[in-house]
Design a protein around this ligand. Sequence first.
Ligand SMILES: [Zn+2]
Length: 144
Amino acid sequence: MKDFYRRVEFTPAWDRRDPDPSKDYGVSGVSIHFSLVGENGAISWEIMTSWVLPSTEEMWKSKGLGHFGLFKPTAGGVGFHYPPEREDLDYLEIGPCNLLGECRCDVGFLYGNTMMQRLIEGGEDTLWAEMIQAYESMALEEDE
Ligand SMILES: [Zn+2]
């Protein structure tokens, strides 16, 4: 098997509401980020949980949204992080990347639902297997 490194990170919840609409960034729960990094690029995927700060719970309750505990986590898109040298993908702009330094990134939004399904049905091992499969789909086309 190829050499990968796997990373799981939890980003804290935040409450950045502001009466000034230009400064109002809303609220967010904890996000869980899964990353698989290899020598040919990286795959990332995140889950947005409904684990929120007490101030967010209070706001939801005040609006009659008392069933916050029933909110389901939401699947984010799957990020395909290609090395900048991949000129066959020059339709993807090069940008800063927290996994590769910089990359050409593409996102599969619906594919995130597949990742969620893998995690729910098979746990961590099944999720990483799907992420490895996604990684392998990034390989360069062989000589034509
Ligand atoms: Zn990237």
